[in-house]
Each structure stands twice: as structure tokens, then as C-alpha cells.
Design a protein around this ligand. Structure first.
Ligand SMILES: NC(=O)C1=CN([C@@H]2O[C@H](COP(=O)(O)OP(=O)(O)OC[C@H]3O[C@@H](n4cnc5c(N)ncnc54)[C@H](OP(=O)(O)O)[C@@H]3O)[C@@H](O)[C@H]2O)C=CC1
Ligand SMILES: O=C(O)[C@@H]1CCC=N1
Length: 266
């Protein structure tokens, strides 16, 4: 079945989703993309993903597509929805904006407009996103268009709107915390006399292995215990994390992230 998508916003998340869609259903998908008006940047984007024609005015393309993906900063979304509203008929409108749930979209769109809120993460670039999503009442065809998109970028879980607000920090933002952790490990390994790339490779494989173990059925506590030989080396390191209240620091970081996401949504 032929799919048609219009992306408004052509940045990092749009690139990841377009790449996923092109890879999973190349000859069955037509994609148009628009940005804030930076023509050169949009041409580079469209050339990279072979999206033609390059869109000059996105409102001309609304009636040509079944699905519209809002992939611009949250601060721009209200304005875009207001521009979109007069032209919307049967299209599914998907937003990936942090903090902007279904109700926030519906405020500016005609009654009964089909809407979905998706919270992906940057691993979408390699088809490994953990995406959360919620929808209004949508048709089977719209569900199918949404799932084609979600499955093209990784795994997805349906949640309530409130759960997505709560979990944005965990699945959307926390990859940044993992990269910060990786940087700290690489920094701490400074005197191992390895090149930066070698260090990155071994830290990446360690995180990958740990993530694969976590994806098995064991709990994180069991996995941690399996690493921690009683009276051994790991216990000494964990004692420092406990003494510095590592969990509390993470809780505070998640709370700050969640609070900011809520503010972006208002
Ligand atoms: N990065 C992440 O990890 C995640 C991001 N998100 C959400 O995804 C959305 C996009 O983020 P991201 O891709 O990182 O951002 P980027 O900064 O990479 O891209 C933003 C894009 O939006 C375009 N844009 C800005 N204003 C407008 C406008 N008024 N009309 C049309 N296009 C506009 C920009 O245009 P131009 O090219 O001209 O600058 C750019 O193409 C955000 O809402 C964010 O909350 C969600 C989950 C994870
Ligand atoms: O930092 C942000 O606002 C977005 C939301 C989730 C990840 N990045």
C-alpha cells in the first residue's frame, strides 16, 4: 500500500524517521519535507533522502498526504497547528514534540482530527528507538500508517498521555545521560594509554553487552549482583556510588528533565 507523509521540521528526528521509512518501504512511500525556511539546509536534507520536489510552501502539500509529522521544536508547534487547521480533512497528525500531548494538539485542530503523540529517541537513526505513543480515535488505515513509521525506527509501546509525560525523561532524554556516563568512563580510563577510538569501542561494547543482558529476563539487581564478587573489586566502586547517593542524583536529573518537558508543553 502506498504511503504519503509530510514532515514539517527537517532536523535530527525527522532525518531518523525519514531514513527509517525509506529503508522499510522505499518504493511504497512518498515523503515531502519542509523546514523553517532555510532553503540550503532543506535541499541538503531532501537530496540525502531523495525527497523531491523540495517543498517551498508546506501548506500546498497537506491535501497530497495521508500523514503529517510535526518534527519542529515544541515552541513552534502551536503556530504550525494554527496554520494547518484550515486545511486538515482526513490526515493523521503525528507530533514528536516533547511535552506536547494530544490535548495540546487538539486545542488547535478541528474536532475529530486524528492525532498521535510519539516520543522517540535518537537511536531511531539506527532503527533502535524505544518510542512511546498514544493516539486519539484513529482509523485502521491511520493506525497502519503510524505503525509503519514506528516500526521503521525501532520498538514502540502504546502508553497513556500521562505516562508519556512521565517517561519522556526516561526513554527520550536519558540516552544523553548514558552518553555522559560513557564520557565519564572514558575520561576515568585516561591512563590506560588507549586511543580515544579504542576506548570508545570498548566502552560501547560494554554498554551494549550490559543492555543485551538487561533485555534478557534478569532484573538489574540480579545482574548487578552477578558482577559484584563479595568483597571484590566492583563492591568497592558501588560503595562510592552509594555513599554519593547515585540514585538520588539520577532521580533529581529525571525530575528536572520532566519538569522542563512539561514547561515546553505549555
Ligand atoms: N532530539 C531528540 O532526542 C528528540 C527530539 N524530540 C522532539 O523532536 C522535535 C525536533 O527535535 P530535533 O529534530 O532534535 O530538532 P532539530 O533542531 O534537529 O530540528 C528542528 C527542525 O524544525 C524546523 N523548524 C523550526 N521551526 C520551524 C517552523 N516554524 N516551521 C517549520 N519547521 C521548523 C527546523 O528548521 P531549519 O532546518 O530551518 O532550522 C529544523 O528542521 C522537537 O519537538 C523535540 O522535542 C523528541 C524525542 C527525542
Ligand atoms: O531535549 C529535548 O527536549 C528532547 C526531548 C527528548 C529528547 N530530546
Amino acid at each position: 500500500m502506498k504511503r504519503t507523509y509530510l514532515f514539517i521540521g527537517a532536523g535530527r528526528m525527522a532525518a531518523a524517521m525519514v531514513k527509517g521509512l525509506k529503508a522499510s518501504c522505499d518504493d511504497q512511500v512518498t515523503i515531502y519535507a519542509a523546514n523553517s525556511g532555510n532553503k540550503e539546509r532543506l535541499e541538503i536534507f531532501c537530496t540525502a533522502y531523495q525527497l523531491f520536489p523540495v517543498v517551498e510552501n508546506w501548506t500546498d502539500y497537506i491535501t497530497k498526504v495521508d500523514t503529517i509529522v510535526l518534527a519542529m521544536p515544541p515552541s513552534q508547534q502551536q503556530d504550525i497547528l494554527q496554520q494547518l487547521a484550515p486545511f486538515v480533512t482526513t490526515q493523521l497528525i503525528i507530533s514528536v514534540a516533547a511535552g506536547k500531548g494530544l490535548r495540546e494538539m487538539q486545542k488547535y485542530l478541528p474536532d475529530q482530527t486524528a492525532v498521535a503523540w510519539v516520543m522517540p529517541n535518537t537511536a531511531a537513526q539506527i532503527g533502535q528507538s524505544m518510542s512511546l505513543y498514544t493516539t486519539s480515535t484513529i482509523s485502521e488505515a491511520q493506525k497502519s500508517a503510524l505503525h509503519v513509521l514506528l516500526e521503521s525506527i525501532g520498538e514502540a509501546k502504546e502508553c497513556s498521555e500521562e505516562q508519556i509525560h512521565t517517561l519522556t525523561a526516561i526513554t527520550g532524554s536519558a540516552p544523553a545521560f548514558v552518553y555522559e556516563f560513557a564520557m565519564s568512563l572514558m575520561d576515568a580510563a585516561g591512563n590506560a594509554q588507549l586511543a580515544e577510538e579504542e576506548l570508545q569501542e570498548l566502552v560501547a561494547q560494554m554498554i551494549y553487552g550490559a543492555a543485551m543482558m538487561l533485555k534478557s529476563s534478569s532484573s538489574p539487581a540480579e545482574l548487578r549482583e552477578a558482577v559484584t564478587t563479595p568483597g571484590g573489586a566492583t563492591a568497592a566502586g558501588l560503595d562510592v556510588l552509594y555513599a554519593k547517593n547515585f540514585q538520588k542524583v539520577i532521580h533529581e536529573a529525571i525530575q528536572a528533565t520532566s519538569e522542563r518537558a512539561r514547561i515546553l508543553g505549555n
